[in-house]
Design a protein around this ligand. Structure first.
Ligand SMILES: CC(=O)SCCNC(=O)CCNC(=O)[C@H](O)C(C)(C)COP(=O)(O)OP(=O)(O)OC[C@H]1O[C@@H](n2cnc3c(N)ncnc32)[C@H](O)[C@@H]1OP(=O)(O)O
Length: 416
């Protein structure tokens, strides 16, 4: 039965794989739900073409498509190294069909599909913070946007510098080989980053909105190889005849401290600019410590990656762990019932096992909490403080947090 709002154990929606014939309806639903104009939709589909129909789901009301969700096959750097994950995108429900269980039906099927395909983890960037925890996704990565008045951005005299590094500035598309090579090295070493192919960079540096300046790439290199890059564009502003231009940095990546210094020196030295803004930086970016007065940075934190353990015991067993822990976890997971139950986790620097057990649980929590904590940035003790999980055996949560610890902040930087 379905009630008047469309809720109930037998919803009116059918969820099935996309077919070519769905294309116009799919375009309509996703564009309207995400408020995309034509150019925005084209950019989205160029980056995420529907190449594997089975990975795009549509929900229908009778014959009519009313919801969509896509799973990309991404490689994401996890604590154990780069691994394939389902990258969830293009989620949208036709406005008049919202809050009637369409997304819930799509999520149920999508998570089951990923599980059947053997994917252990799924990840997404969420449009709003209130949507995905009920589907078992946890906020796993926080990053920051940073802005500074250029006149306040004075680097300390002792920051590492290296003679012999050169700084090259080009239109970004001319620097593509360097960007790809550097990004590949950086992404494999930083938990939370996704592997990027050429189209990802083309998406970032391709034709810009009307009136925007060309994206630039500054690349720092030694005699042998590139060591760091920043992608940015400039904006011209004048105020009563005074130059008030802006440097807007899309991303910055350095293999070592002297390369990082050289990049900041370049970005903080553009004539006619008074402001430098960084769209995405890791939370542990050392910039505040490199400045004479790091407090002058304006910093805004936001959540980027949400993570879901699709195959919870396998994902926990595969992870690398910083310290030994032996804990019994009672897990709820409404959308992946195969994850539910009581699990004994025995983990440590040598490896981990996860087995179903009938021992008394030491902690009761939801799969979303483990998804949030998996990358090592978000503490389970925070969830406990918020009353979101229950600790039956005092100290267990601290031991889990210690074992989950990662020294570097995870960072994604690529919305998908
Ligand atoms: C990875 C990505 O692609 S992120 C992009 C997500 N898409 C968008 O933001 C586009 C605009 N929004 C939409 O298309 C829709 O509102 C969606 C997809 C967010 C939700 O779809 P719906 O079909 O309305 O969700 P559904 O009815 O299954 O809701 C399930 C539950 O989530 C809640 N919920 C759904 N959307 C939201 C939201 N934006 N904020 C808070 N709660 C929400 C519902 O209230 C419901 O709660 P309940 O189980 O306690 O009753």
């Amino acid at each position: 039965m379905v009630d008047s709002a469309g809720r109930g154990p037998d919803p009116a929606w059918t969820v099935r794989a996309y077919t070519e014939a769905d294309h116009p309806a799919y375009t309509r639903v996703i564009s309207e739900a995400l408020l995309l104009d034509r150019a925005g939709f084209r950019r989205h589909t160029e980056l995420h073409p529907v190449s594997d129909h089975g990975r795009v789901l549509v929900a229908t009301d009778g014959q009519r498509v009313v919801g969509t969700a896509q799973a990309l096959e991404l490689e994401l750097t996890l604590p154990q190294g780069p691994r394939p994950v389902a990258g969830i995108t293009a989620v949208g429900v036709w406005p008049t069909h919202r809050r009637r269980g369409v997304l819930s039906a799509l999520m149920r099927r999508q998570i089951a599909d990923a599980h059947e395909r053997g994917e252990k983890v799924a990840a997404l960037w969420s449009s709003e913070g209130g949507i995905y925890d009920r589907f078992g996704y946890g906020q796993a990565v926080f990053e920051q946007a940073v802005g500074v008045d250029r006149r306040d951005a004075r680097l300390r005299s002792e920051v590492p510098r290296e003679e012999g590094l050169s700084t090259e500035l080009r239109e970004a598309h001319h620097a593509l080989p360097d960007l790809l090579a550097l990004y590949r090295k950086l992404a494999r070493g930083r938990v939370g980053q996704i592997a990027r192919t050429v189209p990802w960079f083309e998406y970032l540096i391709g034709p810009q909105e009307e009136g925007r300046n060309e994206p630039l790439a500054v690349v720092v290199r030694d005699a042998d190889a590139p060591r760091g890059y920043a992608l940015y564009r400039t904006e011209s502003h004048w105020d009563g005849g005074l130059p008030r231009g802006k440097v807007v940095v899309q991303e910055l990546g350095a293999l070592d401290p002297p390369a990082r210094t050289a990049l900041y020196e370049h970005l903080f030295s553009r004539d006619l600019t008074t402001r430098v803004e960084f769209a995405h930086l890791p939370l542990d970016e050392p910039l505040p410590l490199m400045l004479e007065d790091g407090r002058l940075l304006r910093r805004g934190t936001y959540d980027s990656l949400w993570l879901r353990l699709v195959d919870l015991p396998a994902a926990l067993a595969e992870r690398t762990w910083a310290a030994p822990v032996d804990a019994v976890l009672a897990v709820t997971d409404r959308y992946a019932p195969w994850n539910e139950g009581t699990w004994r986790l025995r983990a440590g620097p040598e490896g981990a096992t996860v087995e179903s057990t009938d021992r008394a649980p030491e902690v009761s929590l939801d799969a979303a909490h483990l998804g949030a904590a998996y990358l090592g940035q978000v503490r389970l003790s925070n969830h406990r403080a918020a009353g979101a999980l229950t600790e039956h055996e005092p100290g267990t949560v601290e031991r889990l947090d210690t074992a989950l610890f990662r020294p570097a902040a995870p960072y994604c930087g690529t919305a998908f």
